[in-house]
Write a protein of this length. Structure first.
Length: 116
């Protein structure tokens, strides 16, 4: 487990140093009742849930392009988001982030904080 965390941490740190991470985390908001722990949920512009993910992965979980917002209900894992421009954003545990550019990939990581 710690080997995976170390590898993911090194890879993420390298991205941060390269300036590829753009923080998307918005101020903490009340937990969404329709996105229980340990899920990361996406919502369209009208606030309707469009997806839910819970697996920590080392690679991207691909999805159809989505805009709107994302809520990370996890307690100590961040979620990285890949948009159609190739930009990677990050939402910390218990936070909501806006998806201004369509997001096509999502990766939940063991890290407790976003880098960058």
């Amino acid at each position: 487990m710690s080997t995976i965390r170390t590898r993911l941490g090194i890879a993420t740190a390298a991205l941060a140093v390269a300036g590829a991470l753009t923080p998307l985390a918005a101020p903490a908001q009340a937990a969404r009742g329709d996105c229980p722990w340990p899920y990361v949920c996406t919502y369209n512009g009208g606030g309707v849930k469009t997806g839910a993910w819970q697996d920590v992965t080392s690679g991207w979980q691909w999805m159809s392009a989505r805009t709107g917002s994302v809520y990370n209900s996890r307690h100590d894992d961040v979620v990285y988001l890949l948009d159609t421009n190739g930009t990677v954003g990050c939402v910390e545990p218990g936070r909501t982030g806006d998806l201004p550019t369509p997001v096509v990939g999502l990766r939940i990581s063991w890290e407790a904080r976003c880098f960058g």
